[in-house]
Every structure is written in structure tokens, then in C-alpha cells.
Design a protein around this ligand. Structure first.
Ligand SMILES: [Zn+2]
Length: 285
């Protein structure tokens, strides 16, 4: 079970891994916490009359196409996108939005789904949300709490039969080593790297650290990168097909960095680090 904040996050964070496990015959469920109602149109080609007005419906259609591309099941938890607050000082998140509602309400809703779907493994974001969107940080809090409480018969007794999840992972996308590797490859081909600015920002602010130090698990999934890209493209309002997501040729990615990175945050089974399989240590029933 991969728990994501908005439609499109499942296609940009650990997507090829979910496609791989689904292709190998596992039941994979993406839980999308909010409807992404406050997303802007980030693809110039989709910025045309009528799109903004139908955003909510359009994002549902896009999500269905993305899930089909990945070969996974998907469900909505029905909370309302908090939007990305901008300004100094930051304005509060809108009333009633996902980041503003009582944490417990969201945890119970997710616990209910965990007890129904009975996942062995859950995937979420780290405590910084992967990037600082209030819904992403909330996604982390809700997922960790659901992992802790789903197996506790005293917690949410009306939300189904207790189910104990074996492992909880954080997905890590912003790996500096990976960006450096691709940047070097662009240079070797006499092209300017699309990551130049990111890497310079990294140099200026080393406090951002390198997430690679936290990675415990690398899943070999290069074969599924084309499906990941199809899923990304399905989110046509959110993803610019000429943008940075598609800047690195697939062949380079599959040759130079054919894995996705995860951090084993919590486990109830024995495993040894480093891992190459999210199900390592979990016995077949
Ligand atoms: Zn998001």
C-alpha cells in the first residue's frame, strides 16, 4: 500500500516499484488522501478554457489513467487538498482542508483501509514530506499513526478487524548522487544539465543533506520506467511533457540508475540492511 497526498504523487515517487510489484502478481493499492483540487495547471498545453473549472473531475480521470498505466489499484480517501501556501509569513491552510482537520479523523479513515486491504508493506513520505507541502507532511503523520495503530484492537474499534502491517518505508526521490550522475552524462554529451540549478542550490545550502545516507533499500525497477513515464504523462494538467521529469533519456536512467530508493522506517520483521526487496523478511502466508 502506497499512501500519497495528491493524484500524481504516486507517479513521481516510487512509481516504477509499485508497477514492478503489481506485475509480479502482488496486490498493490495506491491510497490518495486528497483530490488535488488546489493544484495549478503546470502544463502550458493544458492551460486552456474550461480546464480549471473542471479540475476536480479532470484529476480523477487523470488518476484512473495513471493507475492503469502502473497496473495498480487506487482509491481516494476524500480529503480536500490544502494547496501550497505561498507568502511571507505563510498564510494558514484553508479551513476544512486536509492539513487543517483533526489528525485523528484522517488516521481513522486510513486505519479502516489498512484493515480492509491488509497490506504487508506501507510506503509513505519522510517527516519533511519529501518536499514541504503541508499535505505531504500530514501524509507522513497519518501513515505513521495508521502503521502504529491498525493492529491495536483498542484503537478505532469500529474501523474493522485489527491488522498488523509488517514494514513501513519512506520513499526518497531527491538523491544528489543520482542527479550528479545524470548531470555528468549531459556534460559528456555536450549538453547543458537540467539539474544545474538544483545542484548549485545544494552547494549553497548543504544543510539539505543527501538523502542517500538514509536509504536502506534499492529496488531494481528500470524495466518499469516506461510505465512510470506513461503514468506521469497521464497527469496531463500537472506534468509538462517537456519538463524536467522527462529530461533524462530513459536509456541513461536504465543504464546508470535503474533503482528507486526507500528508507525502512519501521519494521516488525527481521531483515538485513541493505535490502533490494520491500518484502524482505516477510514470510509467505
Ligand atoms: Zn503532492
Amino acid at each position: 500500500m502506497a499512501v500519497h497526498a495528491h493524484p500524481d504523487d504516486e507517479s513521481s515517487k516510487g512509481a516504477a516499484t509499485t508497477a514492478k510489484y503489481a506485475a509480479e502478481g502482488n496486490d498493490v493499492l495506491v491510497v490518495t488522501l486528497t483530490g488535488g483540487e488546489r493544484g495549478d495547471i503546470l502544463n502550458p498545453a493544458m492551460d486552456r478554457p474550461g480546464v480549471k473549472e473542471r479540475m476536480s473531475d479532470i484529476r480523477k480521470e487523470e488518476m484512473a489513467n495513471a493507475a492503469a498505466a502502473l497496473g495498480v489499484d487506487q482509491m481516494w480517501l476524500g480529503f480536500v487538498d490544502s494547496g501550497l501556501p505561498e507568502g511571507d509569513p505563510l498564510p494558514p491552510v484553508p479551513e476544512g482542508s486536509f492539513a487543517a482537520i483533526d489528525l485523528d479523523e484522517a488516521v481513522e479513515a486510513l486505519v479502516r483501509v489498512v484493515r480492509e486491504f491488509r497490506p504487508h508493506v506501507m510506503i509513505t513520505y519522510d517527516e519533511h514530506g519529501g518536499y514541504p507541502h503541508p499535505d505531504h507532511i500530514r501524509d507522513h503523520e497519518v501513515s505513521v499513526a495508521a502503521y502504529e495503530r491498525a493492529g491495536d484492537p483498542d484503537a478505532y474499534p469500529d474501523a474493522g478487524e485489527p491488522w498488523t502491517v509488517s514494514k513501513l518505508y519512506y520513499t526518497h526521490g531527491f538523491i544528489k548522487d543520482r542527479m550528479v550522475l545524470f548531470s555528468d552524462e549531459f556534460e559528456r554529451h555536450g549538453q547543458e544539465s537540467p539539474f544545474k540549478e538544483w545542484l548549485e542550490r545544494w552547494e549553497r545550502d548543504p544543510s539539505r543533506g543527501d538523502l542517500m545516507g538514509r536509504v536502506t533499500t534499492q529496488v531494481d525497477c528500470g524495466k518499469y520506467f516506461p510505465q512510470r513515464d506513461d503514468a506521469l504523462r497521464a497527469h496531463a494538467t500537472q506534468i509538462d511533457p517537456n519538463g524536467v521529469f522527462f529530461a533524462v533519456p530513459l536509456e541513461w536512467q536504465q543504464r546508470l540508475w535503474p533503482t528507486e530508493e526507500f528508507e525502512l522506517a519501521k519494521t516488525r520483521v527481521k531483515t538485513s540492511i541493505p535490502e533490494s526487496d520491500l518484502f524482505a523478511g516477510i514470510e509467505e502466508p
